[in-house]
Design a protein around this ligand. Structure first.
Ligand code: FAD
Ligand code: NAP
Length: 319
């Protein structure tokens, strides 16, 4: 039977942003509820080695890190519910959210931490080779390709930034783009064109990521010319798909202000959204950094912003 939950702070999402917000909110005695969503632990549960989260000299595993964050959040007093929020109403106070199970959440403050997902090309070989040479995050996985040949797919800012970033590790970086002009900003294009270790393959679309060796790893990418239709192949050890991200904000449309790409808009330097009492943290509001540590950092900020908001609201109610 559907239940109604009352909470001071409802946190939607259980990635690094959600858990960090929960740890801070619980330690401020706000008894937060985290609704985990369809991917408990968030994006890091889809990877293995994490080498850049501070505090660990040895390589740690993404799913393990997320289990530890959840355990810490529960230890300090977070209630965790496995459900998916399907509807929110931020026009009424207290705020209301409805979950897939039919449960209703009534909250004085809400923290949106629903993250974002990398867009993929949608090829079967792409799915098969993920974690074996195909990745959507150069900042996360680039380190594993030191001295190797890599390709970045895409023509926007993300692709150009990833290609430039990869030159820190590789002297043989190829950008593969489906047209003959880039969408990226001029200043990034200038840097890309001037870089001696980056080659560009224009008018090429990826047809297949080719695996080989034992253990299996990426060895080549099959391409097709989008103008002539001619097939070709490029030998590479790593392929980075950089064709954009989709923030998980469908349920927030019309409830809080979103930017033109669907990210939750926040007041710069804070996690405050267009609705007083609703805060956003992590990849759902950050198109630039998209790292576990930055998500955790803004999660902390969201809890502190929520705590201050609730303290001011409590003071106003008793004054
Ligand atoms: P996410 O981790 O995306 O979590 C979002 C959460 O929201 C999920 O729990 C989901 O279930 C929940 N949710 C969504 N919609 C709803 C809903 N309607 N109701 C309830 N819950 C909902 N970063 C690093 O720093 N180092 C790395 O090595 C690294 N490696 C990566 C490897 C891969 C393969 C990927 C994909 C990403 C990697 N990243 C890495 C990036 C990092 O994972 C993200 O930046 C980080 O997870 C973002 O955290 P988040 O909490 O904002 O969102
Ligand atoms: P984007 O601007 O939407 O660019 C996506 C690129 O991927 C485009 O070049 C597109 O090709 C290509 N693409 C899309 N689907 C494809 C497919 N199926 N096959 C092959 N190629 C495909 O995405 P983004 O680069 O992630 O940027 C998103 C937003 O974030 C932009 O507003 C951007 O300015 C911003 N951003 C800013 C910075 C920064 O300021 N430093 C950094 C990163 C992102 P076409 O060009 O042919 O459509």
């Amino acid at each position: 039977m559907a239940k109604t939950h009352h909470t001071r702070v409802l946190i939607i999402g259980s990635g690094p942003a959600g858990w960090s917000a929960a740890i801070y909110a619980a330690r401020a005695a706000l008894k937060p509820i985290v609704v985990q969503g369809i991917q408990p632990g968030g994006q890091l549960t889809t990877t293995t080695d994490v080498e850049n989260y501070p505090g660990f000299r040895d390589i740690i595993q993404g799913p393990w890190l997320m289990d530890e964050m959840q355990a810490q959040a529960e230890h300090v007093g977070t209630q965790v519910i496995y459900d998916i929020i399907t509807y929110v109403d931020f026009s009424r106070r207290p705020f209301q959210a409805v979950a897939d199970s039919g449960d209703i959440f009534i909250a004085d403050a809400v923290i949106i931490a629903t993250g974002a997902q990398a867009k993929w090309l949608g090829l079967e070989s792409e799915t098969l080779m993920q974690g074996k040479g195909v990745s959507a995050c150069a900042t996360c996985d680039g380190f594993f390709y030191r001295g190797k040949k890599v390709a970045v797919i895409g023509g926007g800012n993300t692709a150009v930034e990833e290609a430039l970033y990869m030159t820190n590790h590789s002297q043989d970086v190829t950008l593969i783009h489906r047209r003959d002009t880039l969408r990226a900003e001029k200043i990034l294009q200038d840097r890309l064109f001037a870089h001696p270790h980056i080659h560009i393959l224009w008018n090429k679309k990826v047809e297949r990521f080719v695996g080989g060796g034992d253990p299996e790893g990426l060895v080549a990418i099959d391409l097709r010319d989008t103008v002539t239709g001619a097939p070709s192949q490029i030998a590479v050890d790593g392929g980075f798909v950089a064709i954009g991200h989709d923030p998980a904000t469908a349920i927030f449309k019309g409830q809080v202000e979103l930017d033109t790409d669907g990210y939750v808009a926040v007041t710069p330097g804070t996690t405050r959204t267009s609705v007083s009492g609703v805060f956003a943290c992590g990849d759902v509001m950050d198109r630039h950094y998209r790292q576990a540590v930055t998500a955790a950092g803004t999660g902390c900020m969201a809890a502190l912003d929520a705590e201050r908001y609730l303290a001011a609201a409590d003071f106003a109610a008793t004054a």
